[in-house]
Write a protein that binds this ligand. Structure first.
Ligand code: NAI
Length: 478
């Protein structure tokens, strides 16, 4: 009998009113688990418990908070293999990718264990004689976290670490497609020495559980990562007196100039477009290549992409796992129809792949798509698909890169200092990379996008404080 995995609410592991079963996208005969589904009543119970818990947690000394965060990091690393396996089984990314995700999550906790000690405001002189003025950062309160399936362990971790460091309590609503990773994170939290109810888990669907959390009057902030349509619904629900942070989709351009190290550029495009099965908000899904090297670049990319081994996420030989679920696979297939209608040239892939086990496998796909106005060049496909656009100059490349509603990450490969600097300053993305892939970043600096890719304060680094604290200005007559 398959284990039933419960929510964690008000100090207890509790059943849900309903249950959902989740299958492994690499092997549909493999049932990963049966997960409790919360109700709006559960959300309310969690919020009430979180309010009380938050006051206790805010009173815990920074030293103790810091040590608990370090213990959480150690527990994550202690269970790295176990977490990586469940992550690969439920999301479909390869085991090395999952191990990387878990390791990065532990690093985020280590970083914020330090930040817990650096919650300094500042003191100053008032404009009035005999008055002191201070700017204080206080915990925000109860924070709701709504996370996507594509980084099912990292997203909850990189939101939870700063939230805890700055003295907040948390209610996590993970993606309904990847509850297993979130469940293990909750187990770690419960066992970590955190006061009861500082971290609670409410699993379930977005329109029901997510909306209840967003609309709850006693939730002080919502940190959301997911798609643009969901973000729009959340923005319409969360009242303006709350903190709202949203990290959403991307259509990230990677520019390859004629003077680039082509081998490095091909490698970045390959990993950026196809690894993690393209299911990455920072995937380089639009390749903008200078005309004179276009054919050579495309030939090199095709050769490497067609050699990629698609297969079961847990198999050692696999380089590209399956898509997360049938809906995601159907969505990518719809874009292949759109690509045909728009007149794109299919250089590679474009269809499902049969593997040893029945799963949601799709071939790495390269589409020559000359016009930036094509939907396949503008919309987030979120699968192992790269479009290629040929351009005549750096100026045209930058114009095409910036001609997007999104603005998460953008990259250029060039040996020209002039073009590298002009790109860094001229790109409209929130994160720019020079001679590096569009994905990948550090935890001690801000992460986030512009345009439709994100709104509200940035995540990670010291900037996380903007979202997870609220400012108070204190005057004292002396
Ligand atoms: P999604 O938007 O479908 O779901 C995200 C979360 O929102 C889930 O927990 C879901 O249950 C919840 N949700 C759905 N409807 C809701 C509603 N009406 N009210 C409240 N919550 C609701 O996104 P998905 O498919 O899980 O993740 C993929 C998306 O996430 C892509 O667009 C990707 O680019 C984006 N993403 C962005 C990142 C970033 O940092 N910019 C990082 C990772 C993913």
């Amino acid at each position: 009998m398959m284990d039933k995995l419960q929510n964690y609410i008000d100090g207890e592991w509790v059943d849900g009113a309903q249950w959902i079963e989740r299958q492994n996208p690499s092997d549909l005969s493999d049932c990963i688990g049966v997960y409790a589904q919360s109700s709006s009543h559960d959300v309310n119970s969690a919020v009430q418990a979180a309010k009380i818990a938050q006051m206790a947690w805010a009173g815990v000394s920074p030293q103790e908070r810091s040590e608990i965060l370090l213990d959480i990091a150690a527990s994550i690393l202690g269970r790295q293999e176990e977490i990586a396996h469940i992550l690969s089984r439920e999301e479909g990314k390869t085991l090395p990718e999952s191990r990387g995700e878990v390791g990065f999550s532990a690093s985020v906790f280590k970083y914020f264990s330090g930040e817990a000690l650096r919650l300094n405001g500042h003191a100053g002189r008032s404009i009035r004689t005999g008055v002191d003025v201070e700017v204080l950062h206080e915990p925000l309160g109860v924070v709701g976290m709504i996370t996507p399936w594509n980084f099912p362990f990292l997203m909850p971790a990189w939101k939870a670490a700063p939230a805890l460091a700055y003295g907040n309590s948390i209610i996590l609503k993970p993606s309904e497609f990847t509850n297993g990773s979130a469940h293990i994170l909750t187990q770690i939290m419960v066992d970590s020495g955190l006061p009861a109810n500082v971290f609670q888990l409410v699993m379930g669907g977005g329109p029901e559980v997510g909306q209840s959390l967003c609309g709850h009057p006693d939730v002080n902030g919502i940190s959301f990562t997911g798609s643009v349509p969901t973000g729009n619904k959340i923005a319409a629900t969360v009242s303006p007196d709350k903190h709202l942070q949203m990290e959403m989709g991307g259509k990230n351009p990677l520019i390859v100039m004629a003077d680039a190290n082509l081998g490095a550029a091909v490698d970045a495009a390959l990993r950026g477009a196809f690894h993690a099965t393209g299911q990455r908000c920072t995937a380089s899904s639009k390749l903008i290549v200078e005309q004179s090297v276009h054919d050579e670049f495309v030939a090199m990319l095709k050769e490497k992409a067609q050699a990629l081994r698609v297969g079961h996420a847990l198999s050692d030989s696999t380089e590209v796992g399956p898509l997360v679920n049938a809906a995601q696979l159907a969505g990518v297939e719809r874009y292949m129809e759109i690509a045909k209608q728009e007149g794109a040239e299919f250089l590679l892939g474009g269809s499902r792949v049969a593997c040893e086990t029945e799963g949601h496998y799709f071939a790495p796909t390269i589409l020559l798509a000359p016009f930036n106005a094509m939907r396949i060049n503008r919309e987030e496909i979120f699968g192992p698909v790269a479009t290629v656009i040929s351009v005549a100059s750096f100026e045209e490349a930058l114009k095409v890169a910036n001609d997007t509603e999104f603005g998460l990450s953008a990259s250029i490969y060039t040996q020209s200092l002039k073009h590298a600097v002009a790109f860094k300053h001229g790109s409209t993305a929130g994160m720019v990379q020079v001679n590096l892939p569009t994905f990948g970043g550090d935890y001690h600096v801000p992460f986030g996008g512009r345009g439709m890719s994100g709104s509200g304060s940035r995540e990670l680094g010291a900037y996380a404080r903007e979202f997870y604290t609220t400012v108070k200005t204190a005057y004292t007559a002396i």
